[in-house]
Design a protein around this ligand. Structure first.
Ligand code: ZN
Length: 180
């Protein structure tokens, strides 16, 4: 089932999320939600989708990136789920154009940590530790921000904010299908 993706201005994107217990994570309801979020993300298409983006204030996001682009350290990331993530940024910062499925049709340059460590529960409710760099680190920061009620527009260089259409017409090539 495809879920409706909430657009900017809806308070659910700003009000924060509540954690899930291990038992809840394993429940039929949450397993079903994960499946629907996977379908919705693939259909969009996007490389990440957080529960608030489908109207639910839960600390859960799904991620999958099939893309590859050495220039931005983008490598394929298999489908996975992060529940109750806590993120620690590493050293170094990189700035790239970034989009969001909840801000349809826009992009901006956003500085992000080049690497991160994330501790979370996986789809089985087991604790996992993820070390990521490059584009995957950016996706993780973008999704954890969603769970904290933040959007990329809170961190962007505002003078680079542009429609995706104008970027394609006027600006140097930007990464494609990078919305989360
Ligand atoms: Zn987003």
């Amino acid at each position: 089932m495809l879920l409706k993706i909430v657009q900017v201005g809806d308070p659910v994107l700003r009000n924060g999320t509540r954690p899930l217990t291990r038992e809840e994570t394993r429940s039929t309801e949450i397993q079903q939600l994960i499946e629907w979020m996977r379908e919705t993300m693939r259909d969009a298409p996007g490389v990440g989708l957080a529960a608030p983006q489908v109207g639910l204030p839960l600390r859960l996001a799904v991620i999958e990136d099939g893309g590859e682009a050495p220039a931005i350290e983008r490598r394929p990331v298999p489908f996975h789920v992060i529940v109750n993530p806590s993120l620690t940024p590493g050293d170094g910062e990189v700035t790239h154009f970034e989009g969001c499925l909840s801000l349809e049709g826009f992009q901006a340059r956003v500085p992000r940590a080049r690497s991160v460590t994330v501790t979370a529960l996986d789809h089985r409710g087991d604790t996992v530790s993820i070390r990521a760099s490059g584009w995957y680190a950016r996706i993780l920061q973008h999704e954890v921000d969603h769970l904290d009620g933040k959007l990329y527009i809170d961190r962007m260089d505002p003078r680079t904010f542009a429609t995706t259409r104008n970027l394609a017409r006027l600006a140097p090539p930007v990464p494609e299908e990078t919305e989360g």
